[in-house]
Design a protein around this ligand. Structure first.
Ligand SMILES: [Zn+2]
Length: 244
């Protein structure tokens, strides 16, 4: 076969792979994020929201930070939603128990925080099955799911429906996982970006070294400022959920 012909076949193969990847995971992931944010803004602009905020925390529980966060939330009598990594939950069952005792909502955030973009059916099925088992073993009825990085594929959508879960994304982030952020910059971003009805996504585990510590510090000053502005905080089960 001539070299040109081989290159043509290789290029066609690559193009086909790109199209499959786009349809399988990239478009569903980007599309759902867009729809989630559009719905939230629409509800707010149409005056269908009051001054509620939904604090959510991903990537925990962590031995170092989650307990401190639970104490901080208790201080302000705030109930939040935790999207936990099943592997970390198994290592820290006492922290999951503590979350539930304090009245927080516990949702799923995968078994090992792996990216779903290039994963197939078996991986996704196992990820959901193992996460559900872990949650149930700890006395949590899992009803809410947030995919790591918001990355999902068509099988994710299938298993979300199969398990009758609510897929939760977010409206506001403060890039609190990044080493570039300081407690002050996280606070600034939070105060500038929130709007009535917004779902806020922060992290009590993983990220850059010390990142959840900066999140805690930022929350220590942002929570009183937001309360002062008349906001109240609710769990995700008080959210007017629209399936996206
Ligand atoms: Zn995450």
């Amino acid at each position: 076969m001539e070299m040109i012909e081989m290159l043509r076949i290789a290029a066609a193969g690559m193009l086909l792979c790109c199209i499959i990847l786009l349809c399988y995971s990239l478009v569903p992931s980007a599309g759902l994020k867009y729809l989630w944010k559009r719905n939230s803004r629409k509800r707010w602009l149409e005056g269908r929201t009051d001054k509620r905020l939904y604090l959510t925390f991903d990537d925990g529980p962590s031995r170092e930070y989650t307990g401190q966060l639970l104490c901080l939330l208790k201080q302000y009598r705030i109930r939040a939603s935790f999207f936990v990594v099943a592997e970390f939950a198994r290592e820290n069952p006492d922290l999951i128990e503590w979350m539930m005792e304090e009245g927080h909502l516990v949702g799923m955030h995968s078994v090992q925080h792996k990216n779903a973009l290039l994963r197939g059916r078996n991986f996704i099925r196992e990820d959901f099955t193992q996460s559900m088992k872990t949650m149930e073993g700890m006395g949590c009825k899992a009803e809410y799911y947030r995919p790591p990085w918001g990355h999902l594929n068509l099988w994710t959508l299938f298993f979300v429906r199969y398990w009758n879960l609510k897929l939760i994304l977010w409206d506001v982030m403060a890039e609190d996982w990044s080493a570039k952020e300081t407690a002050a910059s996280i606070e600034r971003k939070l105060l500038r970006r929130v709007f009535p009805g917004a779902v806020i996504c922060l992290h009590d585990g993983r990220g850059a070294a010390g990142a959840p510590g900066r999140t805690l510090e930022a929350l220590g000053s942002s929570i009183p400022a937001l309360l002062e502005q008349g906001y109240v905080f609710e769990r995700m089960d008080a959210y007017e959920y629209e399936s996206v």
